[in-house]
Write a protein of this length. Sequence first.
Length: 288
Amino acid sequence: MFENIAVIPSFRNAVSSAVASGKISHALIFEGASSDIRISAAKETAMAILCKGETKPCKVCSACHKVSIDSHPDLHIISKDGAMIKVDEIRDIKEKAKVYPNDGDKSVFIICEAQDMNPQAQNALLKIFEEPARHVCFILTCPSKSSLLETITSRATAYFAGEDSGEDSGETNEKSKGLAAELLLTMATENELQFMKKTALFQKDKALFVSVLKNMEPVIRDALVLSSGNKNLISGEKEACEKLRSALTQKKLMLLLTEIQSLRETTENSANHNLALTRLSALLYSIK
Ligand SMILES: [Zn+2]
């Protein structure tokens, strides 16, 4: 599965084994990566669920063929019409979900970019999630599940498709750039309490955490550049880099860089990033 879709191995393994076991959850959330990648992965998962072949998706049976040309009667793809996914569209799903599937034993609903649902739409969806019909499977795509109501995410299984390669809005990236510099300075110059306060917002937002870790690397590199007497900085965070250089020795900056890189790789590939947050706190002590 997902041979031609750029998802991380842990996503590929987890989703394909859930499909193969036949015990797939009635509600899945695909988060991370870009919207194109998330939606393509959702369509391929729907294909695998509806496939009638041996190895799913076989891509040769009639069900796979119908999915590939968007004409399978048991696959419903919902995306925003205008600015938001409105409550009427979710009510329409509710009616469709009552109907038993035509071709197979499942009806699959893909809600593309579920963060575009307005609150009423999310509440309407919640009602469907509370009493799921056995023949229905929902796949929601979104940049981060933190943009959905907790009552929805707690009833679904979330899969992280990978780090966003950066084609999403510059806004998130700008936010995480500033946070990266700020957090490094807190690590180097302040106490653990301040640091814990600042990392609290990552507990529910893995995508932001990964993005911040990624943006820490150029800042540390720049501090190393400054400590070796050069001035060609790439991070755009000159002031933070200078403070970091005066707070930490070159050796400690090197240690910090290696640890942050390893932490980012581990976080990208793991389902639970809270362990990585703990490792980040431990790093605070080794550089002090
Ligand atoms: Zn097939």
